[in-house]
Design a protein around this ligand. Sequence first.
Ligand code: HAM
Length: 450
Amino acid sequence: MAQGALPGFRDFYPPEYADRAFIMRAWREVARRYGFAEYDGPPLEPLDLYTRKSGEEIVGQLYNFTDKGGREVALRPEMTPTFARMVASRANALRKPVRWFSIPQLFRYERQQKGRLREHFQLNVDLVGEADVTADAEVLACAVQMLREFGLGPTEFVARVSDRDLWRARFVRQGVAESDLPRLFAIVDKMERTPPEVTVKKLESLSISTNIIDAIFAFARPMTIDEFLDGFGGGSTMLESTKRLHRYAGYLYNLGVYDFVRIDTRIVRGLAYYTGIVFELFDALGEFRAIAGGGRYDNLLKASGGPDLPAVGFGMGDVVLGDLLRSRGYMTVDTPGVDVWIAYADDQSFAGALKVAADIRELGISVEYSLNRPQLARQLKVAGSAGARYVIIVSPDDWRSGKVTFRNMLLGLQGTMVHTALLQELASRVHLGDRLRQDLWFLGDGNPAG
Ligand code: HAM
């Protein structure tokens, strides 16, 4: 039996590849509109890039090994440490704010489950050099637009927003050690998918007292912005955070994405480096895992050996998004197929067919023909099953007078025309790009195809 891919890894046959390309095309288009430039880094990095920066959960999922030169290395499980390293090492030369995006393939040795594989492609959008919430709003608006681009609306997905500073202000005051915060966030991050008694046990292992544990359970919940402002105005740091969130909400309103946003203090993010506002995008029915996650990480650039620059960004994977688009009918991918099939009436016409194929490919139109020189009827059948929209038939008599037959497969109409005139016609339409495929062009004198 043929061997399959490793568990958690995917083979992309052309239909699956077409879905992947459909998603990435939209991502690139929105990133361009928001003024982010594309970059990439190496898929293999020094192991300590992650052991120092990412936090326990990701480190436990690393694909790491010792290379032949004795270096400890790991396949990248996330892009942010690479991004921080790249920006840090050229920080002074880069125009601020730095607005970059990337679509790396990432590797995590996860327990395989719905929406979680061992490799995925992840859009990363990051902005460095602006500490104000204007940058947080810009990045969240971009994340929301990434989903709207496919047709998803406010009844279909939500952005759940919170602020790690609120947690810090609320609980460090009450006696949780600052150094325990990363572990507290890792526990809160899992709360929704963990039975309460397990969460309590985990919190107790951080020596958090029962009344603080009760306060944590009461604090972590969804709320409206008004409810939030009423409830969390007290205390000077709390007041700072709430004021900031209020301004942030205003910008989100102006950017047209307010309808997608909910305050939800259960969102803290699992990675260690986040410092301020954090967010995750979920489908509104709660059927799937997080579609995207991100937030502010103001200390990572400095920790990567660079200058002290504030940063904010997010990652959006292709797995959950693909599942969601398919389940809601938004994966509207054109089935792969060639534009034009060249058929030849007999062996004698084969040379002419090759010439026609070469001429039309020169125009940027996709062309295929039968390589094994079967009968014409067979060629036409193959053209149909290959999804060709148009067929050009080269036959000896026509070809002698420089003509070919052009057939529109969808309309079932065909006509004979001079080859050079046909090339001109096609050249005048090819600028339509992808629309060429939907364009029901009809050329020639329009007889029903026999
Ligand atoms: P993350 O929350 O670990 O964040 O991943 C972001 C998104 O990538 C998730 O919401 C999910 O859609 C997808 N994802 C993560 N792991 C898997 C997996 N095993 N299988 C399928 N999809 C997955 C980060 O990685 C941050 N570095 C994002 C970031 C960029 N923060 C700031 N800038």
